[in-house]
Design a protein around this ligand. Sequence first.
Ligand SMILES: [Zn+2]
Length: 324
Amino acid sequence: MFTCATGALGDNQRTMIGIVSRFVVLAALFCFGTAASAAARVEHVFIISIDGGKPEGIQHSKMPVLQKLVKEGACTWLAQTINPSLTLPAHTSMLTGVPMEKHGVTWNNWSPSNGLVSVPTVFTAARQAGLSTAMFVGKEKFRHFLQPNTVDEFWYDAANAVVVMKSDSGGKVVKKEGNIFAIQVATNAAGYIIKNKPNLCFIHFTDTDTIGHEFGWDTPEQLKAFAETDVALGIIQKAIRKAGIARQSVIIISADHGGHGKGHSQGTPEDKTIPWIAWGQGVRKRFTITDSVGTCDTAATALWLLGVQPIAAMDGTPVISAFK
Ligand SMILES: [Zn+2]
């Protein structure tokens, strides 16, 4: 039912990071100055991450909103995330454009003592270029992205968080985590989008990962979570329309990792293969992306669309073939 194909690529490994974080960011800003604005291709970019959004899960679920975006846009089901495919390291690559050995985020929980992401993020560059930014997330660990004056609105709706136990493929319980379900995240984001029309907006839906850890990837329970996520996606798309910015927007939908069994970090193709879908202004319709796409390309594509120069070199490159 969902058609579209190809790609391949991989990244990375590990390193430790100091608490030096914000110094590196400030040094980068000092050296490179304000991110110069090239010609913007669109005014608004929405990056939507379906946590644990394995392509097969999406393809086997009832996701009419996503299905329509795929038909009207460009996509590959064979994009690759980093290895190890852990939520926070992978999202950091998605939103900085560099692999783990460069961004240094090796941990996967909210650990204030580890400091902030130490390299410039897409929000750093967008904000330096005078654009507005926002993040709506289902997990608290995204607080590590909050470098000073880079994210105008950060919404982790703690009041609506559900505490869940997370285990990995071996079935071993590794931690407790507060998760906010996608419809709540989408509802919060929608109100903000309609009112504030952010230029760069990241939205994180966690249901499929939460349910995947509890019941397993590719289970009926997880397919239902994908369907719920589709409802949340519909709420976002409707908000973009209601804000009157649909014709100046691109939505990029991807994932931090796939999964198998009850986990996603063993480096298997099922863990590392992710969807990469673009929809909106200037996107080729019904287009199958045949280039190799990696998660670092999401950051590069978002800034390229907004006409913003990255503050520091990215390993990712814009997925130019997806656009007219
Ligand atoms: Zn994840």
